[in-house]
Design a protein around this ligand. Structure first.
Ligand code: GRF
Length: 203
């Protein structure tokens, strides 16, 4: 399966997926990386691996629709089967999602539906949670909603700060995203509304 990864920052999740795809028996290949930031650290990492990159700064476009149009044009040349959002900090419009419905994945640093949105680790600590984690889900119009593909739980330690917890969760994100992409890439046909039975797994 052809995969395009969308990033905004360091791209450590993109890198984890690129490393997984490098294995001959992995059912996906990354055919492009698109960023909404020209200065995203992940662009250089992708280029170092010979992966085509594209950057479209939001400020270079008159509207969200025009910005998304540029991203969609790049996608049209890359012809992905799947799109992986990995630290991509923009909400996608329904017009963007529609042509790729059921084929866009996102990783979110919490055990959804708990803590959608931002500052998830600080909120989990403040809520007195003893576990945190990450979720890979199918992207739908709503923010951080959509069918869950994989989740991993990570302990919150008594002296954790948001940063120490984020660092620990990020490593687990990499494992979780690799497994989730493998699962979706192997799923038969168009994974529009994948039915998650007992095999929806907690890692
Ligand atoms: C990570 O916290 C991830 O959970 C969120 O974006 C952050 C940066 O990810 N989606 P990356 O290192 O750019 O992949």
């Amino acid at each position: 399966k052809r995969v395009v990864v969308l990033i905004s920052g360091g791209g450590s999740n993109m890198l984890a997926l690129a490393d997984a795809c490098a294995a001959d028996d992995f059912p996906a290949e990354i055919v492009g990386v698109i960023s909404d930031r020209k200065d995203a650290g992940g662009l250089a990492k992708a280029e170092a691996r010979g992966i085509p990159t594209f950057a479209f700064e939001r400020k270079d476009f008159g509207s969200k629709a025009e910005h998304e149009g540029a991203v969609l044009e790049a996608l049209a040349t890359l012809k992905p089967d799947l799109i992986c959002l990995a630290g991509y900090m923009r909400l996608l419009s329904s017009d963007f999602i529609r042509p790729y419905e059921g084929r866009i994945l996102n990783i979110h640093p919490s055990l959804l539906p708990l803590f959608p949105g931002l500052h998830t680790h600080q909120r989990a600590i403040e809520a007195g949670m003893k576990v945190a984690g990450c979720t890979v889900h199918i992207v739908t119009e709503g923010m951080d909603e959509g069918p869950i593909i994989a989740q991993a739980a990570v302990p919150i330690l008594h002296d954790d700060t948001a940063q120490s917890l984020a660092d620990r969760v990020l490593i687990v994100e990499h494992k979780t995203y690799r497994l989730a992409l493998q699962k979706i890439a192997l799923s038969k046909g168009q994974p529009r509304e994948p039915a998650f039975g007992p095999d929806q797994y907690i890692i």
